[in-house]
Design a protein around this ligand. Structure first.
Ligand SMILES: [Fe+2]
Ligand SMILES: [Fe+2]
Length: 482
């Protein structure tokens, strides 16, 4: 079988030989109607009949895997795509390091592996649910198309995880696959599994911040799972990462365009002080301090996704060879970590200090550190736009202890610079760091739809290039074809 090519003949596009795997094919076909119902109920609201210029994966060859065309979203060809198998792949880390990679679930780790798959799987539909209202206020057809592209691919990522559950985990895998369609983001009774995926994405700046910060957590998790000794998981995640890159592109360029528009408008109006918020807002753009607050919020919520700094679960998953470190294959050490240490930021006697912890226990912390480095790259590019337009302002990521709900700092009030605050100080200063009600109202007032080709809402600059090299006036979404 040619793994790079995808079989589009059946109901479920795939490159895993589903045609010859009757049991799994039937299981997925049974799951399919429930998925479509979920998509219609919880997917993008109001545009299900519109024609959207979307990319669909037709191959897993990194050089040419996507084709672009107009599609109605419910007719999108969600499929099961695994990156090619590497002959002779070995388990790259943990106690089984050097043994042949598993092609079947290792019995002793079954429950742990299933949990990893379910947690990853749960985030995928959650973000679609969080973003379902945004189409109505899209600042352009270009942005609307990007939103829907991210949404359909998160749907495909759900398929990717459900395939693993259905193929490798029998009855309980089937039950988990059903449950993934039953939980709902933000639902008090049946919420999604992780906190940040139960928050609202109320406006487009939130969407861009979410795709910048939270999809980047997705990238880190997928990179760690792509190292897995369980080969089907590794291959699934490797291909998901190809798609994930676009989501972070949407976030990074989205925030860049918001910043650019703000700075350009300020220059034009002769406003030099970025803190002259009332005057900046009168220009119909989002002031830089408010953009900073949004970054503070989304960064801190996303840090919580990395879990406790010291974690036995993370240690066990590594030890077992199921979940590695960020780009494990490029690290130079024994890949077993039985004896090493890693510095962990902790709260000791009321002070935030580094303390060496066993490297195995500190894996969440390490992944989080790698994440922060990755986040800062794009922040640097945002600041370059601000500097190039001559505005004296810099976006900064807040201290990792700021506004945390999980882990070492969840019971402490810490400001963006890492100073510990009393509860009273925190209450007083909170809206200096995080969006206030009036900030939210202001942003909401800007969220006016702009559905004419080539036009953009007042608060965002056009992109430098179109998707699939399309010209500026390209109609990315044909809404009227509803
Ligand atoms: Fe995803
Ligand atoms: Fe994503």
């Amino acid at each position: 079988m040619n793994i790079a090519a995808v079989d589009y003949d059946g109901l479920i596009p795939n490159n895993v030989g589903l045609g010859q795997d009757v049991r799994v094919k039937r299981a997925l076909e049974k799951w399919h109607p429930g998925y479509i119902n979920w998509w219609k109920d919880m997917g993008p609201e109001g545009f299900q009949e519109s024609l959207v210029y979307l990319r669909t994966a037709v191959s897993v060859d990194p050089k040419g895997w996507a084709k672009f065309d107009y599609v109605r979203m419910p007719e999108y060809r969600w499929g099961v795509l695994l990156a090619p198998q590497h002959d002779g792949r070995r388990i790259p880390f943990g106690t089984h390091k050097g043994e042949d990679a598993w092609q079947e679930v290792p019995g002793e780790y079954r429950a742990m592996l299933r949990r990893l798959v379910v947690i990853q799987g749960d985030t995928e539909p959650a973000s679609v649910e969080q973003q379902r209202h945004l189409g109505k206020t899209a600042p352009s057809l270009y942005d609307m198309r990007n939103l829907f592209q991210v949404n359909v691919e998160e749907g495909r990522h759900l398929w990717a995880m459900v395939y693993l559950l259905q193929k490798y985990f029998g009855t309980d895998g089937r039950e988990e696959a059903e449950a993934l369609l039953e939980r709902r983001s933000g639902d008090p009774d049946t919420p999604r599994m992780l906190g940040a995926f139960n928050e609202k994405t109320p406006d487009w700046l939130s969407f861009f911040m979410f795709t910048y910060f939270t999809d980047r957590d997705g990238k880190m998790q997928l990179e760690a799972l792509a190292q897995s000794g369980f080969d089907p998981l590794s291959r699934t995640c490797r291909f998901m990462l190809t798609e994930e890159a676009h989501h972070m592109f949407v976030g990074e360029t989205g925030v860049t365009r918001v910043i650019q528009r703000t700075c350009e408008a300020m220059k034009q109006a002769g406003i030099e002080d970025p803190y002259d918020i009332a005057r900046v807002r009168k220009l119909g753009v989002i002031d830089l301090p408010t953009i900073q607050k949004k970054a503070n919020l989304h960064f801190s919520l996303t840090l919580d996704l990395f879990g406790n700094e010291i974690s036995t679960n993370a240690a066990n998953a590594f030890h077992a060879g199921l979940k590695g470190r960020f780009r494990e294959d490029r690290l130079k050490d024994d890949h077993q970590l039985e004896s090493g240490t890693y510095p962990v930021l902790r709260l000791i006697d009321g002070q935030i200090k580094n303390e060496d912890a066993p490297a195995l226990s500190a894996l969440n912390m390490r992944l989080r550190d790698d994440y922060v480095v990755d986040c800062n790259v794009g922040v640097g590019r945002w600041n370059k736009v601000i500097a190039d337009l001559g505005i004296p302002f810099e976006i900064k990521l807040p201290h990792v202890a700021f506004h945390r709900h999980i882990g070492e700092f969840s019971r402490t009030n810490v400001d963006v610079d890492g100073n510990i605050l009393s509860p009273a100080e925190w209450t007083e200063r909170r809206t200096a760091y995080l969006p206030s009600e009036s900030d939210k109202d202001f942003i909401e007032s800007l969220m006016q739809p702009q559905f004419e080709p080539a036009k953009f809402a007042s608060w965002i600059a056009p992109p430098k290039v179109g998707i699939d090299n399309k010209p500026g006036d390209f109609e990315y979404v044909k809404i009227a074809d509803a």
